[in-house]
Design a protein around this ligand. Structure first.
Ligand code: ACO
Length: 335
């Protein structure tokens, strides 16, 4: 019998510190109105000194396991998507592995930035479909706050980012036409635009990887050509969403819930408008959490499933765009 994966459990965890737009005005030349009007964000959550990327990921994992009625020992493999590795070498997933005492199961960091959760979902799903593993933990975990320029120079990027992790536990089930599970995932990239949204240093391409001059020039902070990124996001997201639904022989009207990456509420409104998706079918949380990059989509999924707004049999479409550039979409039947 052919296999597919279903999401058996979800979980989420965010930074303990609430950072409002008013807080940001103390550090940089900005205004509460500018941030809210241009991005939709009112506040974001940043970690405190008790939290790390791997502790956020662990908290989300425990919740996902509890919802699935499973234990750490039931996980066969960990895939963790992030752009903000707890340590560049070896990453974040190994510290999650340590935190939850995952024995000797394999784990790996996956880097596809804001599309990272969907890239990891595609790989987790493939591992299950090929019979390699029965239960794969797919996590998106991000801590941006420790790497942001909170001065006026960094204001375009800094105001959008938040810290958070989301986890999903994928489990193998037999394929059933109308049954639950991940139906399709499509991923794309355009490396030619990588430098339009990136952090230049530290870089293993240079010696030393970072120096005083780079620090002075703020090369260790993320830099973004905001308008260029915005334009690509509102074009690529509808494209890949439709491609994915088409591959699953589904129409826009079949989908019950649309989840978009949370980079800017205006991007999501533009995507929904282009596709004529009714507002009530779209769920956002950027107003409260900002942009948690790879954490954004699994956090949305966890919130929706925990509030009971997702019913068995409903179709969910997830779409993201991010640095790389990367963009991806998935469609799944809940249950
Ligand atoms: N407060 C006040 N003014 C600001 C701020 C701020 N926080 N940021 C920028 N400005 C100013 C600029 O200096 C500029 O002023 P000027 O006209 O005097 O030169 C003006 O506002 C317009 O600047 P833009 O950068 O063109 O502002 P824009 O309207 O594009 O908004 C934003 C910036 C919100 C970042 C937007 O471009 C955006 O959302 N881009 C896409 C983000 C995205 O999707 N990222 C991908 C995912 S993230 C990832 O993968 C890691």
């Amino acid at each position: 019998m052919p296999l597919r994966s279903r999401i058996a459990g979800t979980g989420m965890s965010v930074g303990n510190r609430v950072v409002t737009n008013a807080d940001l005005t103390q550090w940089m030349d900005t205004s509460e109105e500018w941030i809210e009007q241009r991005t939709g964000i009112k506040e974001r959550r940043w970690i405190d000194e008790t939290q790390r990327p791997s502790t956020l990921a662990a908290e989300a994992t425990y919740q996902a396991l509890e919802q699935a009625g499973l234990e750490v020992g039931d996980i066969d493999c960990i895939l963790l998507a992030t752009l903000s590795g707890e340590h560049d070498f070896p990453g974040t997933s190994f510290f999650l592995h340590e935190e939850i005492e995952a024995g000797d199961i394999p784990c790996i960091d996956l880097r596809a930035q804001c599309s990272g959760f969907l890239y990891a979902l595609q790989m987790g799903d493939a591992l299950i479909r090929t019979g390699t593993h029965r239960r794969v933990l797919v996590v998106g975990a991000e801590v941006h706050s420790t790497g942001l320029d909170v001065s006026t120079e960094g204001r375009d990027v800094t105001v959008i980012f938040g810290d958070g992790a989301g986890a999903t536990l994928l489990e193998a089930i037999d394929v059933d036409d109308d049954g639950p599970g991940v139906l399709e995932v499509r991923c794309h990239a355009a490396g030619k635009h990588a430098r339009r949204l990136w952090t230049e240093g530290p870089s293993s391409a240079r010696m030393p990887r970072i120096d005083e001059k780079m620090l002075e020039e703020k090369k260790h902070f993320p830099h973004m050509e905001g308008r260029f990124v915005f334009k690509h996001a509102v074009t690529r997201m509808p494209e890949v969403l439709l491609e994915t639904l088409g591959a699953a022989s589904l129409k826009l009207q079949d989908v019950d819930l649309f989840l978009f990456h949370q980079a800017n509420l205006r991007i999501n409104e533009a995507v929904a408008q282009r596709l004529e998706i009714p507002k009530e079918k779209v769920r956002n949380n950027i107003q409260r959490l900002g942009n948690c990059s790879a954490g954004a989509l699994p956090i949305l999924l966890a919130e929706a499933s925990r509030e009971g707004s997702l019913q068995p049999g409903q179709l969910v479409s997830l779409t993201a765009f991010g640095s790389g550039f990367t963009w991806a979409s998935a469609v799944l039947r809940w249950g």
